[in-house]
Design a binder for this molecule. Sequence first.
Ligand code: 2AM
Ligand code: CA
Ligand code: CA
Ligand code: CA
Length: 283
Amino acid sequence: KVPYVVTSKSYTAVAINAASKAGEWIKSKLGTVKQLGMKSGAQDLVTEVDKGAEQMIRKLILTHFPDHHILGEEGVEPGPQASADALKEALDEDYVWIVDPIDGTTNYVHGFPFYCVSIALAYQGEVIVGVIYDPSRDELFVAEKGKGCYVHGNRMEVSAEGRLSESLIATGFPVGISSTLPMNMAGLQHLVPKVRNIRSGGSAALHMAYVAAGRLSGFWEIGLNAWDLAAGALIVQESGGSVSDTLGRPYDLSVRNVVASNRKIHSEFVEALKEANATGLNG
Ligand code: 2AM
Ligand code: CA
Ligand code: CA
Ligand code: CA
């Protein structure tokens, strides 16, 4: 008795349509940004393209599902409290679309071609559809709960590395909330000697898609929001990977400190991050 099984095709089709239409429009506006808005400060940017893309996605979704709720980054005041409140309010509804119109706005503004559109649909708090579109490479990652993850029709699978020492890991640097930076630095300091190398591309959602595609062995980041992670979490899980918080608790929409991996390295990865915080913050 799960309603989404019957109609998940159309949910997915709407998510794909919205992500690809918005993505194409975003790419067409590359280099044209006139007004650079700052949210919490000069590291926290928003452009008219972020807002326009979110509007476009909202319209496309509401045309098909007028009674669904939409939680979009640009519809929420900046800061962790406002995000938590907006998520809590959204989750009172059965169907919630969770939208990040541009994940990687800083990259977009600088012309660094690593940004994406992220759209997820949650039913009673559980993500059932996740779509990430990267307009720079024209790559569309699509996952449906229980049905696997596909990129342009090809099934995706996480990478095979079994040890951190063979792993390519990505992270991101939290901005705006100074209390999370030491935790991130401790993780970096502890992990750099343990892994093959570390990357930081500047889009949490695209890092998650790359874990799913086997291009990264794992990814962690502190201080994210539901819209950065919802689609990517399902995409990783449906590709055979694991997603948890930095203490190893299973992913849900309230997770802000994320660890995603190919599953084989997950416990070693989480243990290393725990050690890092023990030594980095207390020792
Ligand atoms: P954004 O581009 O949608 O803002 C990069 O490390 C990641 O952090 C991106 O996914 C980026 O999403 C996100 N990010 C940027 N500014 C942030 C902020 N002030 N708080 C939380 N996450 C942020
Ligand atoms: Ca942002
Ligand atoms: Ca984001
Ligand atoms: Ca964004």
